[in-house]
Design a protein. Structure first.
Length: 247
């Protein structure tokens, strides 16, 4: 039986006086791979902030089981990163260890070895000494993923990780996530339902409320019943999108 990592029980929360998530329930267990979908403004990123402890429940209960709160890796949205900040790719990756070393802690030879290994795994070892302002969006996303993974978290949280990455790395990204899911649980926000259903195990539809689907297969009819109005995208020899019926 999988151990519980996080339990969200009848939680309502939001910003200032505006509720974004209403009476939601979600349980995250070891080795879960949950895809989070929903319309813009529906509360997907708010759910991640709740999981990360950046947002507190107004009502209901959020429970971190064991020491999970100290073992969460996070890959933010690309547009939240200041590319003008003077920091090298290697330093970005190593910063994933900072919470365990403290502000004045120095990185050891072993730490730098871990950084090199994870950068090699993600194919960015050649740009380790480049400033973040001198690399592509896809390369920076790889570095941020390395930062999230270097401390070997028990839960990896990703907010639309395929944004600004090239097609080749998108395939490599999902394959890598499939591999690391053997070691940790993953919660991933994505707008590309057609792609993530090949990799995630279950789906959470978020649109103010949360509907948890105990499968990676979901139909447009189910999306309607969950009040989750998003496009259902499918992939084939010729990429295409299935649009809602219209007259």
């Amino acid at each position: 039986m999988c151990d519980l990592l996080i339990s969200i029980n009848d939680v309502t929360t939001g910003y200032e006086h505006k509720a974004i998530l209403n009476h939601i329930n979600l349980v995250i267990k070891e080795h879960d791979f949950i895809g989070v979908i929903g319309p813009n403004g529906g509360g997907k990123t708010t759910l991640l902030k709740l999981i990360l402890g950046q947002l507190l429940p107004w009502s209901g209960q959020l429970v971190y089981h064991g020491d999970i709160r100290q073992h969460i890796g996070y890959l933010p949205q690309y547009n939240h990163i200041d590319k003008q900040f003077p920091i090298r790719i290697e330093e970005i990756v190593l910063s994933g260890l900072q919470s365990r070393k403290g502000i004045l802690g120095r990185y050891t030879k072993d730490d730098k070895g871990k950084a090199r290994a994870i950068m090699e795994r993600c194919g960015i070892e050649a740009i380790a000494q480049h400033n973040i302002g001198a690399v592509s969006g896809g390369e920076l996303q790889r570095a941020l993923l390395c930062r999230a993974l270097i401390a070997q978290p028990k839960l990896l949280v990703l907010d639309e990780p395929n944004t600004f990455v090239d097609n080749q790395f998108e395939k490599e990204l999902y394959q890598l996530l499939k591999e690391v899911n053997e070691e940790m649980a993953i919660v991933m926000v994505s707008h590309d339902l057609g792609t993530i259903t090949s990799y995630v195990k279950t789906i959470a539809c978020v649109n103010r409320n949360l509907h948890y689907h105990h499968s990676n297969i979901i139909t447009q009819d189910q999306l309607y019943s969950y009040d989750c109005p998003i496009l259902l995208i499918t992939h084939g020899d010729i990429p295409h999108t299935v649009l809602d019926k219209h007259v």
